[in-house]
Write a protein that binds this ligand. Structure first.
Ligand SMILES: Nc1nc2c(ncn2[C@@H]2O[C@H](COP(=O)(O)OP(=O)(O)OP(=O)(O)O)[C@@H](O)[C@H]2O)c(=O)[nH]1
Ligand SMILES: [Mg+2]
Length: 194
């Protein structure tokens, strides 16, 4: 049974004026394209295909809003850092993300989703910076944890924790192996309960 049996897709925004009304509480997922944001959302919500996933990078091209329960939302942000996206579109997404972070009063926390093999890119650091500047919680998901093996995964986690200090939480995560899903869900529920 899902912790969020009534979760549903609301809408996708290409421009800030299309964001759903800024009421209630919201938690967002940011990360490099193909890092596993949409897969993480589905694992945490325990719904197979709530957010659309793809092998092809650049799948999530809109700011996608999901309702977990009345007034409680998740937001799947467009992935960044995918070189094949045309530059004008990349610039547009960057502006869209900036206006999301600066303007969104109901944003409680941000998950930054990073492939455990490529953590803390410059774009990831920028997202963490936006969220911290806006006074929001940040939690890092190091995804595809099994691709690195347990020892190396733990070593990466220790390095990432050291790098971010007390500005963000961090954990290993695997949507396919269901590692760290309960831990991430607790963080989400903690943010939404406040
Ligand atoms: N092995 C493994 N593969 C994963 C995991 N999470 C996601 N994937 C795979 O990685 C690919 C990308 O996953 P998505 O969830 O679509 O990634 P995304 O970050 O939403 O990508 P964009 O929407 O393009 O930004 C898919 O082929 C997933 O099946 C994981 O935990 N382990
Ligand atoms: Mg996606």
């Amino acid at each position: 049974m899902s912790a969020f049996p009534h979760a549903k897709y609301l809408s996708g925004a290409h421009e800030p004026h299309q964001f759903v009304p800024d009421e209630g509480a919201e938690v967002a997922f940011a990360g490099r394209s193909n890092s596993g944001k949409s897969s993480a959302i589905n694992a945490i919500v325990q719904r197979h295909a709530l957010a659309r996933t793809s092998r092809t990078p650049g799948q999530t091209q809109l700011v996608n809003f999901f309702e977990l329960s009345p007034g409680r939302r998740l937001v799947d942000l467009p992935g960044y850092g995918y070189a094949k996206v045309p530059r004008p579109l990349q610039a547009h997404w960057r502006q869209l993300l900036e206006s999301y972070f600066t303007g969104r009063a109901t944003l409680r926390g941000l998950f930054v989703v990073m492939d455990v093999r490529h953590p803390l890119t410059e774009h990831d650091e920028r997202m963490i910076g936006y969220a911290r500047a806006a006074g929001r919680g940040v939690h890092l998901l190091l995804t595809k944890a099994y691709k690195l093996g347990r020892g190396a995964g733990m070593a990466t986690l220790a390095k990432v924790r050291k790098a971010v200090g007390d500005t963000a939480g961090a954990q290993l995560f695997s949507a396919t192996e269901k590692t760290g899903v309960d831990e991430a869900r607790r963080v989400l529920q903690g943010w939404l309960a406040r």
